[in-house]
Design a protein around this ligand. Structure first.
Ligand SMILES: [Zn+2]
Length: 243
């Protein structure tokens, strides 16, 4: 084991301090073998159904960060998420970066998005994930003023890139431990969501979730929504700002 660098020694207390003042949920401190599964950018026909089936097969639950642009178009898929016992959270009215918008616009969008999503699902929405994980202290304040809690992530599935399925699983598993929040996608945001991120990668999203949960199962880990993981664990917050 190497000694932490001086910069690291300084960074840790600063990170803790800002995590208390302006933190985002980046993990769960837990004794339970829970990995928090999160899916962004859906619902999407052809993606969401496979993910839901793979979760159901092993009785895992997940948190879906949905886009209103999608939820309005695919209310049936949204209802399927809810009825299967998954948690619904807000990813945005669309997929535009909040850091390019005024504070008033950020507050207006997240407030309206939350209210509309709560109407659609008939329950409270607590968690918010900024598109691309981009937020500044300014957008953090605008989002949290409305009572929403930003949730970011730890391990990633790289399911927005064209890489082999086995590499996606291996990378996510390598970085996973109990309490990790894993970033996955059941959809791919595009022009209808206000962004141009190129063509969607070729990925069987149901197969990816099935493989991931298979490896977790071998290691004694189970997939849980954030809300469920927090019934036995507590939030780990730290400052997360990136443009
Ligand atoms: Zn997204």
């Amino acid at each position: 084991m190497t000694a932490p660098s001086r910069a690291r020694k300084l960074a840790e207390p600063v990170e803790r301090l800002f995590g208390g003042i302006a933190g985002s949920v980046c993990g769960v401190r837990t004794e339970a073998p829970h990995v928090v599964l999160t899916y962004d950018d859906g619902p999407e026909p052809g993606g969401t159904e496979g993910v839901l089936a793979a979760l159901a097969d092993v009785r895992a639950t997940a948190t879906f960060f949905v886009l209103l642009t999608r939820a309005r178009r695919f209310p049936g898929l949204l209802a399927d998420m809810v009825s299967a016992g998954h948690e619904i959270a807000l990813h945005g009215v669309d997929h535009r970066r909040l850091t390019g918008l005024s504070s008033d616009e950020v507050e207006r969008r997240t407030r309206a998005g939350r209210a509309e999503l709560e109407d659609l699902i008939g329950r409270r929405v607590t968690w918010f994930r900024p598109p691309y994980g981009t937020q500044s202290p300014r957008t953090w304040r605008a989002v949290t003023r409305d009572g929403l809690v930003p949730v970011l992530w730890g391990p990633v599935l790289r399911d927005w890139q064209d890489v082999p399925q086995a590499d996606r699983v291996a990378g996510a598993v390598r970085d996973s431990r109990a309490g990790s929040i894993v970033l996955g996608h059941d959809g791919f945001a595009g022009p209808a969501d206000g962004v141009e991120d190129g063509p969607a990668p070729a990925v069987d999203r149901g197969d990816l979730t099935r493989r991931l949960l298979g490896v977790y199962g071998e290691r004694g880990l189970v997939g849980r929504s954030l809300g469920e993981a927090l019934t036995v664990g507590r939030q780990y917050r730290r400052a997360w700002f990136r443009r």
